[in-house]
Design a binder for this molecule. Structure first.
Ligand code: CDP
Length: 219
């Protein structure tokens, strides 16, 4: 069974998907980590994220792999485990810049489809229900108000000890939403057959329970 969860930054996709995967015995695939990994390569190699030609040219120098250690996803950039290096605001911003290019998205297509064809997965991202797994048995569009999304992201980064400012985070999220929704290739949008879930006033447990019940009904 494949479950697709799409939605904007800070809606709670990764927290919810991780908990659900545990409850259902599925693998959680965080596709954002794959795009982040490519972005890290461009940052490290001083490639300008707005230079479409250069970004596309480098796609073949990048190998991105996933593996699972005690149920946790690890992402590898040309053989190096970069799981802990891809969560910074700088990487977030570069990621949504380069995720607009078809060459970048194409590079990650098979990685995503192969893992879903071989396993029961909960996969989160922006275009999973619309593009990567159009036949997923359950599709969720998970969102929340911009204020609650910014607040969640602020707490998450502050807890990690990062020096963050709520207004910067809100601006970053709004800018990424805009870019993700308006890009030409595989934009963020709700699949026609997706279930819309607004988590602004729901606890994590409530969202997990709700989606768990939907999954059970379709299993
Ligand atoms: O959790 P958050 O939204 O901050 O980050 P993420 O899910 O890791 O995604 C980071 C960026 O990667 C997004 O802003 C998108 O531009 C891009 N992305 C994408 O284009 N397609 C996906 N399936 C996943 C992420």
């Amino acid at each position: 069974m494949n479950i697709a969860i799409d939605g904007p930054a800070g809606a709670g996709k990764s927290t919810i998907a991780r908990l659900l995967a545990k409850k259902l015995g599925f693998i959680y695939v965080d596709t954002g980590a794959l795009y982040r990994c490519m972005a890290l390569y461009y940052i490290r190699n001083n490639i300008d994220g707005s230079d479409a030609e250069k970004v596309a040219k480098c796609v073949d120098c990048i190998e991105v792999n996933l593996n699972y250690q005690n149920g946790a996803q690890h992402v590898f950039l040309n053989g190096e485990d970069v799981t802990d290096l891809i969560r910074t605001p700088k990487v977030s911003s570069m990621t949504s810049n380069v995720a607009v290019y078809p060459a970048v998205r194409e590079r990650l297509l098979d990685t995503q489809r192969n893992i879903a064809s071989e396993n029961d997965v909960i996969m989160d991202g922006r275009d999973i229900g619309t593009n990567i797994l159009p036949d997923a048995e359950l599709k969720i569009y998970l969102t929340a108000s911009i204020d609650s999304r910014a607040d969640r992201r602020y707490k998450e980064l502050a807890q990690k000890g990062e020096d963050v400012n709520i207004d910067d985070i809100k601006a970053d999220i709004a800018e990424r939403d805009e870019r993700d929704k308006n890009r030409k290739t595989a934009p963020l949008r709700m699949a026609e057959d997706a279930v819309y879930v607004d988590s602004s006033d729901m606890s994590i447990d409530e969202v997990v329970e709700h989606i768990f019940n939907l999954a059970k009904a379709r299993q």
